[in-house]
Structures are given as structure tokens and as C-alpha cells.
Design a protein around this ligand. Sequence first.
Ligand code: SAH
Length: 260
Amino acid sequence: MKLSERPQGSCTLVGAGPGDPELLTVKALRAIESATVLLIDDLVSEPIAALAPANARVIQVGKRGGCPSTPQSFIEKLMITEVRKGERVVRLKGGDPFVFGRGGEEVESLREAGIAVQVVNGITAGLAAVTSLGLPLTHRDHAHGVMFLTGHARSGGDTDWRALSCLAHSQRLTLVIYMGVRSAGQIAQELLHGLPAQTAVAVVQNVSLPEQRHIATTLENMAQDMARHRMGSPAVIVVGEVMDSLASAQAHPHKQLQTA
Ligand code: SAH
């Protein structure tokens, strides 16, 4: 086949949201439905993976922290190869592709290979976590901003939690911490430097999935409550005054609140 006769391949990075297929954007759904090759992260829920067309090739490329995973360079090479073959490649990533998803690195490597990439936003887990509890991330009276943080920084790039705690306190910021389960104890300890011990914390696991669960606690009790309730990954830790109203949300029976 001459080069000019080859079908034109394409590459789209698609945010799958936190897990509930109802939280997919219309654009994400359309991209999934028209894909011929899908590369799927392990944080993408099964009902969403099941939306792949029957004749599409589905490749699972799990990358959960600490577990054996497909190397990033392999994923990037695979995407480039498939696009060059003329496939409509969809890279399906949990939440939003550009929030701690290494989507930025994937886009860079495809662009270096001369391939145009489209990116479709997804609802990031931190946003969905708080909304699922019926709470806002910002509030004119309680929180003037939000910070999305990783609890699992690349070695050498450690987050200065003490500095952040002072900033969060003085500027009334809500802290939304991803990948923080394993380091929760250390993070809480550092945050106590600038934030009051009674600062409200919510930890939400499996956001938007049928198995979603959460605890409401305080900064000083966070680590022990997480251990006591066996809060595991994937979970988001939300620290800030806006979480104070979680107690009032307990009045809603459908919230299934579990207060530590
Ligand atoms: N791009 C993703 C984040 C990837 S980093 C997003 O925008 O949501 C992986 C981390 O995201 C997990 O360790 C966890 O902190 C969070 N996360 C992703 N999906 C989640 C879910 N359904 N419930 C709770 N946390 C989730």
C-alpha cells in the first residue's frame, strides 16, 4: 500500500472520569465508540472499558503505584506504532488525563514523533470525591481556593508539606491529595505544623463506584482512622474547613456516612 493510500491514524487521550460511566463526557464517549485501538489504565472502571466497540483491540496497560506495570516508554511506543498503522487510537485514562496521569509525558512523546494528539477532559477523582459527599471544594465563607497535590512525589521532588500547611491555613485553601494512602501518616504529621489538629478531613475511596466508601475525621486522627477503617487505594484525601459540613451531610441517609 502506498503511503498516501494508508488510512489516517489518530490519537486521542481521553479522561474516563472516576469510574461511573454516567460521569463520562459526551466527547469521551464518542471517542471511545469510534476507536479501533484502546489502551486502558487500570483505574478505568470495567463498565467504561466495556463501552469499547466489539471489533476494537483493547490493551490493558495497568500502572498502579507499587504494582508491576507496563513501562511508560512501551505505552508511548505502542501508541505511535498503532497511529502510524492508521488506527484510531484512544488512550483511556482515569479521571482527567492531565491531572497526575502522566498524560503530559504521553502528549510530549507523541508530538516529538510528529503525531497530533487530541485531549478530552475527564472529571478528576478529587472533584468527584467531594461532590459525591454533597460538599463544595470552595466556599465564600470557608475556602478560597483548592490545591491538587500528589502524596507520591517523584524521588527528589518531595512536597514541602509544612510550607503548604501554612499557606493552606492563611489562605484558606482546601487540599486535595491524590496517591496519599501510603504516606498518610507522614503527610498528616507535616500538615499539623501549620494547620489546627481539628481541621476536618475526608478520605474517599473508590469514588463514584458502587463500592465507594469514606470516613470523616480530623487531621490529628486521620492516619489512625484510615488504618482502622482499612482505607486503601484508590482514595483521595481532602483536608480543609469545607469538610466540616460533612457532619451535617450525615443527616442524609443515602450518603452512607461513616464517621470515624
Ligand atoms: N488522572 C487521575 C489521577 C491519577 S493518579 C484523576 O484525574 O483522577 C491516581 C490517584 O488518583 C489514586 O491514587 C487516587 O488518589 C486517585 N483516584 C483515581 N481514581 C479514583 C477513584 N475512583 N476513587 C478515589 N481515588 C481515585
